[in-house]
Ligand binder design. Sequence first.
Ligand code: NOJ
Length: 545
Amino acid sequence: MSPSIPDSIPGHEWWRSAVIYQVYPRSFADASGDGVGDLPGITAHLDEIADLGVDAVWLSPFYRSPQNDGGYDVADYTDVDPLFGTLADFDLLLAKAHDLGLRVVVDLVPNHSSNEHAWFRAALTAGAGSPERERYIFRDGKGEHGELPPNNWQSLFGGPAWTRVDGGQWYLHLFDSSQPDFNWENPEVADFFDAVLRFWLDRGVDGFRVDVAHGNVKAPGLPDVDLELLKTGSMESPYLGLEGVHEIYRRWHRVLAEYPGDRMMCGEAWVQPLEKLARYTRPDEMQQTFNFVYLQSPWDAPQLREAIDGSLEAFGSVGAPSTWVLSNHDTIRHTTRLALVPPPPHGQGVGPDSPSKADPVLSQRRGRAASALMLALPGSAYVYQGDELGLPEVIDMPGEARQDPTYARTGGRLVGRDGCRVPLPWRADAPAFGFSPTGASWLPQPGDWAALARDRQAGDEGSTLELHRRALRLRRELGLGCGSLAWLDAPAGVLALRNGDITVIANIDGEAAPLPAGEVLLSSAPLDGSDAVPADTTVWVRTSD
Ligand code: NOJ
């Protein structure tokens, strides 16, 4: 490990308080000029990530893949897709990141592979009843000629969760038909993933973000669901959130523990309530899970407070840190989302025909206030690339440009997630705003993003970039990630809390709130000399008592 990475102190492992910056490689920086971001592009910008003041990067998948789902359809778990570079490029990235003091977390996709994975190809050739098919979930269909799917499960991307192979058996795919689900009942699958973990751990990665961590295990007999009850959460899902997944994470915990340094896993598990989510972070399982309860909280003081309290309590009860996240590559960017009226249901996305609209000025203001509140909380926080620039969701993207399989699978009824995946603007006056040397960009960038480009914001004290840099520097200096939270009395619509030496006033939608006496260290909006904190503003004040 590089000397820039400090030694572990038990109970103070880095992941307990780290700010982890999510890189979505396709959209971060393109060094090759083909319009898709790549590993050399990331390496070239690691200095800027380190300069932001985060502790680690999480890389979304860069493995061999036909890219039907942005790389979450993996054809080879231990190789880099030529689109992104080579394994040597990865090693360079990792070494430079470590030299800069940044840990590196990679994505692990264990619920399904790509249909181009060697195992799935072999399963297709080998036919019904073969050991090759036992690695996935193949079943005979219902109906006189097996012409009906084995059950009524629906894909999370829309349409049936089963696809038939050449008039024969059907295979299960909770996502796109190009993403067949593994059969985790088969010990070969578990052994295979142990080897994948070891491959990346041996290369030196610091951890894994585990995709669909609540998937993997399906109920015996694959029973039909009541689609209405499932939609409203009134029945237990037979394919998401089953208890059997915990055995897998205990096994992986033991694999990680064989390695020096504090290797970690963070689960992507969309389960509720928080007590159920916290079970993924028991001492012998994962170190973290994403806190989607926090992400899904509306901009409402009582609901935010409830989410914060509930998280600290649930994760605290198993000795795990709470995590905080506002945006990622699957959700409407929070800068836009928190200002949408009416708020769209989760998973709906927002497109040109959506009834939900967001005022752009309010969006920026609220997005900054939300980020400043999140970064003041104890625990570990995730920042999605572009959050630090205040990027909004791209709503006006034409259907022809959209690439998320959700859009095609629902005939455009759901716009999908492309709006939060638009390539980053680095330089206002360069082609593709500096994303790619040729000006190519796999998703179109809005013309007005010049104003949000990183080079326009750098050094501008009022910019969202500088707000993030200041917040992250202070968070580190003041040890806020390892701190603790105490609520203070506050007027309606306002959150007031204490973490170590700072008092945080987050005025969500209240009347102007009194500014406590002390040094204002950070404010998400100008206070203009006033002694009150206006709505949609978060302020950090160093107070003496
Ligand atoms: C969650 C990932 O974050 C998302 O992008 C992907 O489409 C699904 N899992 C399927 O892998």
